[in-house]
Unconditional design. Structure first.
Length: 96
């Protein structure tokens, strides 16, 4: 299944949560923090401006991005992969 975002929306695959602490303690699933970074998998066409032209998004497929902790909605694709669908405004930075 191919997920194609509309307008200024972006599909992001969240990075995996750390399995252990720096000291080597294994974390249970309930104690893991959800990472606030991931990889852009797909982007929409851009936001429609008041003059009728589309403003291209600043992020592109393959960018590693940081986003807010409550950004987007999580969806599970048929193949089992979980992705986030969020607005470009929820992205704070591109990691270079």
């Amino acid at each position: 299944m191919k997920l194609v975002p509309l307008n200024d929306r972006v599909v992001v695959e969240r990075e995996e949560a750390k399995q252990t602490t720096a000291g080597g303690i294994v974390l249970p699933d309930t104690a893991k923090d959800k990472p606030q970074q991931g990889i852009v998998l797909a982007v929409g066409e851009g936001r429609l401006a008041k003059d009728g032209k589309r403003r291209e998004l600043q992020v592109k497929i393959g960018d590693k991005v940081l986003f807010t902790s409550y950004a987007g909605d999580e969806f599970k694709l048929p193949e089992g992969k979980k992705v986030l669908l969020m607005r470009e405004d929820d992205i704070l930075a591109v990691v270079g």
